[in-house]
Design a binder for this molecule. Structure first.
Ligand code: HEM
Length: 158
């Protein structure tokens, strides 16, 4: 199993922990609810990377085939789940701005804005690959996805 499965699981646990620790829990503020939903969509797509890593590193043919089929089944939804993640996160940011205003000095806001910019870039490069695929675009898309993972982790830790 790729280490990305465990890292994704750890990020999800961190998010669930933060959500459960939020002051209004079990009722969720709209800011928190949309942030969490957006994260679920991001993680759903990023898990494809974990699946690919497992295919590459596995020596077992049957396992490779099983994971390749799984990945093929979700492929038609990949761009749409990514786009949906962006819409949810923009809504999250909208609710945050209305509720708290904006302060660069606040770590949660600064990391959130950086993550949202990178998420937008991930979505744009994802759509660009549909029309003109190239190895360079694939690498950029992947690099941005990886940066997004760590920015979200920082956002949750602040
Ligand atoms: C990919 C982008 C983003 C993801 C996945 C994300 C995810 C989340 C999640 C899961 C929470 C709830 C857990 C917690 O409080 O730590 C949260 C809270 C928060 N986020 Fe984001 N976020 C993103 C972008 C943004 C942006 C762009 C902003 C700022 C404009 C922002 C500001 C905040 C603030 C202030 C909170 C605390 C809300 C509260 O407690 O009422 N986030 N975010």
């Amino acid at each position: 199993m790729s280490r990305w499965f465990y890292l994704n699981m750890a990020l999800l646990c961190l998010a669930v922990w933060n959500v459960a620790a939020s002051s209004s829990f079990p009722a969720l503020r709209l800011t928190v609810l949309f942030g969490f939903l957006g994260l679920l969509f991001v993680l759903f797509n990023w898990t494809r990377h974990a699946v690919f890593s497992t295919i590459r590193n596995s020596r077992e043919r049957r396992r490779k085939i099983r994971f390749a089929n799984l990945s093929k089944r979700v492929l038609p939804y990949h761009r749409w789940t990514g786009t949906m993640a962006l819409l949810l996160i923009l809504t999250h940011a909208g609710f945050v701005l209305v509720r708290y205003g904006f302060y660069w000095q606040n770590g949660k806001m600064a990391t959130g804005v950086l993550a949202a910019i990178v998420l937008a870039a991930v979505v744009v490069t994802g759509w660009m690959r549909l029309y003109r695929p190239s190895g360079r675009k694939r690498k950029i898309h992947l690099f941005l996805g990886m940066s997004l993972f760590f920015l979200i982790a920082a956002h949750l830790l602040f």
